[in-house]
Design a binder for this molecule. Structure first.
Ligand SMILES: [Zn+2]
Length: 284
């Protein structure tokens, strides 16, 4: 497990946390990219799975703790953990504790979308009941995502586990937003539809420095090229359009990117070469 990576973005203090690894089918992860090509980038295990990570972001903004994504759901049990080669425990809470941040201290949880590998610690078992992990937080999500997650269809159902959504709804902690939203000064939520229609990225800005948390628009650095779109995306052509529009802005604004599933160094910047867009590892 990677220890928290501490960053300064202008006057803001940020930590790229790590909630351990997930092993996903390599073919599904690379979509239309052939195996002979993607195996040059990453090595599959004996079951054709490749190693990815979960990298939630913790930020101190306007005197409040903001947590972007809550890691992966390990609650469904041993079969689920075996399928994705997960450990038994979420390292996320221990990482927060090591930084002196208790679950009660979090004021805002931003759910980029509600898939189980991004919203897994939205809830946890406490005293025999499944309850919101961050009881004093507002959980911010696009209204469309909440709608899709609570009315999944056959192709999205396996990703939206009710246990990560229901208890937060019951506690009245979801804050549904619509479209681009300035949540706090210097923190903007930006719709990036495609993987799901209601997915949002998070942009931070301070003293002229900019950072974007990519959500599943760019899961890892190696998936940055425009056609490298996951088979998991519900609307791949929408992903392509969103990528073109968003990449242009992130390149122009010199954004530092935090890749939500990057298994190695989770930061990069966009560059354009003769083969189109790619990302290079970067530091602030
Ligand atoms: Zn994901």
């Amino acid at each position: 497990m990677r220890p928290p990576l501490r960053l300064k973005l202008g006057a803001l203090e940020l930590f790229v946390l790590n909630d351990g690894d997930i092993w996903l089918d390599g073919g599904s992860t690379f979509g239309v990219v052939p195996r002979v090509v993607w195996t040059r980038l990453t090595e599959p295990d004996e079951q054709n799975r490749i190693r990815l990570s979960m990298n939630p972001l913790l930020a101190r903004v306007a005197g409040q703790w903001v947590l972007v994504e809550t890691g992966i759901d390990r609650k469904p049990g041993p079969k689920h953990r075996e399928l994705y080669k997960l450990g038994d425990e979420n390292p996320l809470l221990a990482q927060l504790a090591a930084l002196g941040v208790a679950p009660e201290d979090i004021s805002w949880v931003i759910n980029t979308h509600l898939h189980f590998d991004h919203a897994g610690l939205n809830t946890r078992w406490q005293g025999g009941r499944l309850l919101p992990t961050f009881p004093n937080a507002r959980y911010v999500v696009q209204r469309q995502e909440l709608e899709e997650a609570t009315h999944p269809h056959e192709r999205s159902r396996a990703s939206y586990l009710p246990e990560n959504i229901g208890p937060v709804l019951e506690a009245g902690l979801f804050e549904a937003v619509e479209g681009e939203t300035e949540l706090l000064r210097g923190l903007r939520l930006v719709p990036v539809p495609g993987h799901t229609l209601g997915m949002q990225a998070v942009e931070l800005e301070s003293e002229g420095q900019r950072l974007a948390f990519t959500a599943d628009l760019i899961p890892t650095l190696m998936q940055t090229p425009l056609p490298y779109i996951m088979a998991f995306d519900l609307y791949p052509m929408t992903t392509l359009e969103t990528r073109k529009r968003t990449y242009a802005r992130w390149l122009e604004g010199d954004y530092l990117l935090v890749f939500t599933h990057e298994p190695g160094h989770p930061l990069g910047k966009l560059v354009v070469g003769d083969k189109g867009y790619r990302a290079e590892p970067a530091n602030p």
